[in-house]
Design a protein around this ligand. Structure first.
Ligand code: UDP
Length: 328
């Protein structure tokens, strides 16, 4: 079986490549290395076809779809602040990119297409654990463009009977999470702070909780989706639990310092995963204690990552407060 993983050099993509290789798939990776790194695939570089390309424009990458059975579309721009500053770039990558990959996949007649969607589509949910049927309320362009990509995929499934599924990932964490560039997901921030012996920058009182889902569990959910006979379905992928930021600090060990609460972010994320458990027989395996221990074991990966301080965070998030805050 031959598979394409778009964004396969990224954090989640590279773990999916590992899972697919273990399952004897032939793997082609399409990536523009905007945030993904060849280093993430260094250990498997002789076993895959790694092709650098820009999926937001049609190009010679389309030839790579020849003979492909499975497409896993993970390539996207992530993070909140840059999406507020550069919505066009996010539209190009996350919407046009998805359209192009969908069309290439449809013309090839692939067996399964799995889209990596985001739990950020729920915005600030009213129901916890949050089911797939909860209202869609994106709070910033990243969330909106990932949702638009999902709508394209589901529409292709409806109109063209295209065998597609969408998985909404909740707060994915684990080895190889992004280390460079903009202020982003909390574990990268905290691990670099731990290495530099700086205090963890805890937002608000730290009692807010997140459904932190370990990356290998996510990769296995993606594979389970591809192998199932389900199509045209959307599934939450979460850990089955929600954990406070204060608990994360406790698990990592060390001092912390408070920074202001950010506008538009929920006090909790917590996926209702009963649908994926039932339909795909998938269950998360890695509890937070084990996942954090795994991160600490691999902490050298974040050696080059920027060390964020409250001052730097204030500057980096000024547009977040400016556009999403009450004072406009
Ligand atoms: N967070 C934090 N300090 C930071 C960055 C994030 O305490 O420097 C918290 C944030 O308030 C949120 C959680 O960590 O509750 C996860 O944040 P992240 O940006 O990773 O994901 P999201 O808020 O999009 O779920």
């Amino acid at each position: 079986m031959k598979a394409i993983v778009t964004g396969g050099a990224g954090f989640i993509g590279s773990h999916l490549v590992d899972v697919l290789l273990k399952d004897d798939f032939e793997v082609v990776v399409l990536d523009n290395f905007s945030t993904g790194r060849p280093f993430n695939l260094e250990h498997v570089k002789n076993r895959i076809d790694l092709f650098e390309c820009d999926l937001s424009v049609q190009g010679d990458w389309i030839a790579k779809f020849k003979g492909v059975d499975y497409v896993f579309h993970l390539a996207a721009l992530a993070d909140i602040v840059p999406s507020i500053q550069n919505p066009e770039g996010y539209f190009q990558s996350n919407v046009n990119g998805t359209l192009n990959v969908l069309q290439a996949s449809r013309h090839q007649g692939v067996k399964r297409f799995v889209y990596a969607a985001s739990s950020s589509c729920y915005g600030i949910p009213e129901v916890y654990p949050t089911p797939e049927t909860a209202p869609i309320l994106p709070q910033y362009p990243y969330a909106l463009t990932k949702r638009m990509g999902e709508e394209l995929v589901m529409h292709w499934a409806q109109v063209y009977k295209f065998p597609a599924l969408s998985l909404r990932f909740f707060n994915v964490y684990g080895p190889r999470s992004r280390t460079s560039g903009t202020y982003g997901a909390v574990f990268g921030v905290f691990l670099a702070q731990k290495l530099a012996n700086k205090p963890y920058t805890v937002v608000g009182d730290g009692n807010q909780t997140r459904d932190f889902t370990f990356v290998t569990d996510v990769a296995e959910a993606v594979l389970a989706a591809a192998k199932s006979d389900k199509v045209s379905e959307i599934y939450n992928v979460g850990s089955g639990a929600t954990v406070s930021i204060n608990r994360i600090v406790e698990l990592l060990g060390g001092e912390s310092i408070r920074i202001p609460k950010r506008p538009g972010e929920p006090d909790s994320t917590y996926a209702d995963i009963s649908k994926i458990r039932k339909d795909l027989n998938w269950n998360p395996k890695v509890p937070i204690e084990k996942g954090v221990a795994e991160l600490i074991k691999n902490i050298d990966y974040w050696k080059e990552a920027p060390v964020w301080t409250p001052d730097k965070i204030e500057k980096a998030t000024s547009d977040w407060f400016k556009y999403l805050g009450d004072e406009k």
